[in-house]
Design a protein around this ligand. Structure first.
Ligand SMILES: Nc1ncnc2c1ncn2[C@@H]1O[C@H](COP(=O)(O)OP(=O)(O)OP(=O)(O)O)[C@@H](O)[C@H]1O
Length: 300
């Protein structure tokens, strides 16, 4: 479990993190989204123990991470910019990680060769293509068998087949070992498929943190039409976030449970009424629209 409480981090007077609070439960896949410069990489670097917070706390399994080797041995990461020793191959790094991670599974390393057949384990990693380097990083991270896996834009550079494969391997670990995965990404479509919780970051704070199910149960896209072609006057407490009209059909984005909204709308005897689910992208646009311009940047 990852618990970040009210973390502030300042770089030369600039508050990159401004009282950031978030919780990722054990065995969850938590997606961190936010516009460029929101602070995603900075909080991830705190969680892997590279940065010390100016104030606030970063706990993994209840323990502070910074300068705590016992906790760091439970955490593996794939950063946005991979760093390896000069000329180290995947096999060399495997030997290195085997000494660092008590749970390292050398048998799994051999077994996963088939999953990454294009990666030449003896080639220096720096000479591999960008996508191959990512594959090598996943191969090694999966063998470390960490309790917490921190991924910064992890599938950038991977082709669609390989993306699917690494997510499927990761989800297997989450299901079988209860691994906690924290993943930052700009790709909401991809996160929608894999995450169970999402946090939106903006200006160094988490604006919203929810389970995907809660998000999806809390807003609905309703298409309605009425006999007279007009939209009736709806009560104020029916929280309509957005309305568009094409011909006689109105599309309303309404906050609230889909079942409740349909029941309330039925009172006006629509001649057509259909409730459609919103994608994660749409939910963020409508839930956050107006509150923070930055949130629009990540989804458009
Ligand atoms: N070492 C540093 N020194 C000075 N400023 C920094 C440093 N690291 C981050 N920042 C600043 O902190 C803010 C947050 O940066 P961060 O890299 O965490 O954003 P991000 O959400 O990961 O962005 P992106 O989506 O572009 O990767 C930015 O304004 C950045 O310029």
């Amino acid at each position: 479990m990852i618990k970040v409480n009210n973390v502030v981090k300042t770089f030369e007077g600039f508050r990159a993190l401004d009282g950031l609070t978030m919780t990722a439960e054990k065995g969850s896949i938590y997606g961190l989204v936010g516009p460029n410069g929101a602070g995603k990489s900075t909080i991830l670097r705190h969680i892997i123990g590279v940065y010390r917070p100016d104030s606030g706390s970063v706990l993994v399994d209840g323990q502070p991470v910074y300068e705590n080797p016992a906790v760091k041995a439970k955490i593996a990461t794939i950063p946005d910019e991979l760093y390896y020793f000069a000329s180290a191959s995947t096999r060399d790094m495997m030997r290195f990680y085997r000494g660092m991670y008590p749970q390292f599974d050398a048998k799994r390393y051999e077994a996963l060769k088939d999953a990454f057949p294009e990666v030449d384990e003896k080639q220096p990693i720096r000479r591999l293509s960008k996508g191959m380097q990512k594959q090598s990083a996943f191969w090694l991270a999966l063998c470390c068998q960490p309790e917490v896996l921190v991924l910064d834009e992890p599938v950038d550079g991977l082709d669609p087949v390989m993306r699917r494969q690494v997510w499927s391997l990761l989800m297997g670990d989450v299901a079988q070992r209860g691994t906690t995965v924290l993943v930052s990404s700009h790709n909401l479509r991809e996160l929608e498929d894999v995450c169970d919780h999402v946090g939106i970051l903006s200006h160094g704070k988490v604006l919203l943190e929810r389970s995907l199910t809660d998000l999806q149960d809390n807003v609905v896209k309703l298409q309605v039409a009425f006999q007279d072609g007009q939209l009736p006057q709806l009560p104020q407490d029916m929280n309509v976030l957005h309305t568009t009209q094409v011909g006689r059909v109105f599309t309303l984005i309404v906050r609230g449970s889909p079942a409740d909204i349909k029941t309330r709308m039925a009172v006006y005897s629509p001649i057509l009424m259909e409730a459609l689910p919103l994608s994660l992208e749409e939910i963020f646009i409508y839930e956050m629209g107006g509150e923070d311009y930055g949130v629009r940047d990540i989804v458009l």
